[in-house]
Design a protein around this ligand. Structure first.
Ligand SMILES: Nc1ncnc2c1ncn2[C@@H]1O[C@H](COP(=O)(O)OP(=O)(O)O)[C@@H](O)[C@H]1O
Ligand SMILES: O=C(O)C1=C[C@@H](OP(=O)(O)O)[C@@H](O)[C@H](O)C1
Ligand SMILES: [Mg+2]
Length: 162
């Protein structure tokens, strides 16, 4: 079974996946390899619906590899993905307040996030998705004021007790 990290943009999914295992997949990186352009360019050219289609295909391929998977925050936007997440038993939700996430998104100059251009739009997205993350999660970790190493340790401790 894969460990699957979920949560809103800025929660630290990509950061934590990398620390958890050498065998990790960042879905956004896998998508960018497939589409051969940055995600933000793909959004401009083709829109969100086409992005979600590619995201679903890549997620379904990744799930069979038994790696740690960092999803994108919008993985819960697709009904098929929700079915997959429901079936998985190591879905870890990195949970945080919107204002903490927004500050991280603003400071992160390595990632262009097409759905985080406007704070109020992003807040609405967060409010819509937060209960869904909660619903499909097997483990919830509050990541406000917590260093990535500590988050990794909490996930390992939880796994050790499974
Ligand atoms: N636990 C943390 N505490 C403080 N900053 C963090 C933490 N985790 C990630 N960050 C920072 O927040 C930004 C977004 O992290 P990232 O891993 O890309 O999140 P996600 O993949 O969930 O969108 C990055 O600049 C990263 O360095
Ligand atoms: O929340 C979203 O819809 C998205 C989150 C991004 O990933 P991160 O959550 O890693 O930023 C990326 O997949 C894309 O920009 C869409
Ligand atoms: Mg990420």
């Amino acid at each position: 079974m894969s460990i699957i990290l979920i949560g809103f943009m800025g929660a630290g999914k990509s950061t934590v996946a990398k620390l958890l295992s050498d065998d990790f997949i960042d879905l956004d990186k896998m998508i960018e390899q497939q589409i051969e352009m940055p995600i933000s360019t793909f959004f401009d050219l083709f829109g969100e619906d086409d992005f979600r289609q590619v995201e679903q295909e890549v997620f379904e391929a990744a799930i069979h590899m038994n790696f740690v998977i960092a999803t994108g925050g919008g993985i819960v936007e697709n009904a098929g993905n929700l079915d997959v997440l429901g079936f998985q038993t190591q879905v870890v939700y990195l949970k945080s307040d919107f204002d903490v996430l927004w500050q991280r998104i603003l400071k992160d100059d390595k990632n262009q996030r097409p759905l985080a251009k406007n704070k109020e739009f992003a807040r609405k997205l967060f409010e819509k998705r937060a209960p869904v993350y909660e619903e499909v999660a097997d483990l919830v970790i509050v990541v406000d004021n917590k260093q990535p190493d500590k988050i990794v340790q909490e996930i390992r401790d939880w796994q050790g007790n499974l």
